[in-house]
Design a protein around this ligand. Structure first.
Ligand SMILES: Nc1ncnc2c1ncn2[C@@H]1O[C@H](COP(=O)(O)OP(=O)(O)O)[C@@H](O)[C@H]1O
Ligand SMILES: [Mg+2]
Length: 254
């Protein structure tokens, strides 16, 4: 589904990613883990076209997307969430999810203003699609509530619903359970696995090791911008390089 070859990114002369290569198989959940500052978010930004990489190739379904713009990449079927919530506070829940369908809306400004029957039909279809995804994420009853009024955990759910609503092939999730309690985390884990079972491919950046070990099919480990390990959750759990990277970062933080 996705293949990275030698992806490299510098910020002000310092490497955030150095020669990162790995593959994300279709229909599976791949976790991207590593200490703070390892380059995980930068990698998600490079794949989604938010930040241009300096070197390397990123093949999505055999096409090199490394030099493409973010909107082109979204059109190809890659969506994402952000490490920090990116919701529109003034809109209600349903409209926030509808934002995830702008790649499909496919209309001109004039047509949208005139709202001929075909457009209204299209709007109805998009709303049904958004409502359907809200149902999947257990948010139907809150569809018309303003985003501001929701607890944090529900906001994270809305972000996930928006990421999946256009039925993308590949979804990039940057710390989707950060700040959630263990119960909420487990529920989100079940939902992400359900989306995998529905055919979506997921690349998830996550610090919660229990969740990573529970839902991932494979794990990629970054440390200081370099890929230091790849394998199944069981292999990664006992990999000495990974243990050293995490202990090193704890030691540095202390
Ligand atoms: N826009 C930016 N400008 C300058 N440095 C950045 C920028 N984004 C990330 N970095 C740096 O790149 C490194 C990797 O950051 P990041 O990808 O956010 O790590 P992670 O998500 O693994 O915690 C860090 O040293 C960070 O300070
Ligand atoms: Mg990050």
């Amino acid at each position: 589904m996705l293949e990275l070859q030698g992806v490299t990114k510098y910020f002000g002369g310092l490497p955030a990613l150095e020669d990162v290569s790995f593959t994300v198989p279709g229909g599976a959940i791949t976790a991207l883990i590593g200490p703070n500052g390892a380059g995980k978010s930068t990698l998600i930004n490079c794949i989604s076209g938010i930040v241009p990489g300096d070197r390397g190739s990123i093949f999505f379904q055999s096409r090199d997307i490394a030099a493409m713009e973010a909107h082109e990449i979204a059109h190809l079927g890659i969506s994402r969430t952000f490490q920090n919530l990116r919701i529109v506070p003034g809109l209600n829940v349903l409209d926030n999810v509808l934002c995830g369908l702008t790649v499909e809306a496919n209309t001109s400004f004039i047509r949208a203003m005139l709202r001929p029957p075909s457009i209204r039909q299209r709007e109805r279809y998009l709303r049904l699609k958004a409502l359907d995804m809200l149902d999947t994420f257990g948010m139907t009853a809150k569809a018309s509530l303003p985003m501001d009024s929701l607890p944090y955990g529900d906001k994270k759910r809305v972000e996930l619903a928006r990421a999946f609503v256009a039925l993308p092939e590949l979804v990039l999730l940057d710390e989707p359970v950060a700040g959630l309690n263990p119960e909420e985390t487990a529920e989100i884990g079940i939902l992400i696995r359900r989306m995998r079972n529905n055919g979506h491919t997921v690349l998830i950046v996550e610090h919660d090791m229990d969740l990573v070990m529970d839902i991932s099919d494979s794990v990629v480990v970054l440390d200081s911008g370099k890929c230091i390990a790849k394998g199944t959750p069981d292999e990664i759990r006992v990999n000495p390089l990974v243990l050293t990277a995490y202990l090193g970062s704890i030691g540095a933080a202390a």
